[in-house]
Design a protein around this ligand. Structure first.
Ligand SMILES: [Zn+2]
Length: 144
């Protein structure tokens, strides 16, 4: 293997994902907006956008890797930020998938300004304190 490509791949391994510290992709700020409705469709649209971002980033990383193969002194400075961006997008996609799944199961706070995930068996929402009733699932489905 081209030594420059090998070095590059070693560097990629060194920066292996440390997912814990990555900020979620704007979910907190958006989720707190009064009246914001986070229904499954909107969550899916957002996830689709993020997946498109991921493919663009894959393409950009691939261009750098190939450029390094074709021309060993090609610049690779952008690689770290591209990989960090990929980590962030993957985290956000996982978070969205989790939220979509929670909504499918109806395990969200009935307060439309909150919408936090709730655990089956909880009497009150851990975020806003709303009473969790049997009609929580119905209220969720009425959101449009
Ligand atoms: Zn709540």
């Amino acid at each position: 293997m081209d030594p420059k490509v090998k070095e590059l791949l070693d560097r990629i391994r060194e920066t292996a994902s440390t997912a814990g510290g990555v900020a979620y992709y704007g979910l907190d700020a958006a989720g707190k907006k009064a009246g914001e409705v986070w229904d499954i469709t909107k969550l899916k649209w957002k996830r689709t956008d993020l997946k498109a971002d991921v493919y663009r980033l894959y393409r950009d990383v691939g261009e750098i890797v190939y450029a390094t193969h074709a021309k060993p002194d090609a610049p690779t400075d952008a690689l770290d930020s591209l990989l960090a961006a990929l980590d962030e997008k993957h985290e956000a996609i996982e978070e969205l998938t989790r939220r979509i799944e929670e909504r499918r199961q109806g395990r969200v706070c009935p307060n439309r300004d909150c919408g936090a995930a709730v655990t089956a068996g909880d009497a009150f929402c851990r975020r806003c304190g709303a009473t969790l009733r049997a009609d929580a699932d119905k209220a969720d489905k009425e959101e449009t």
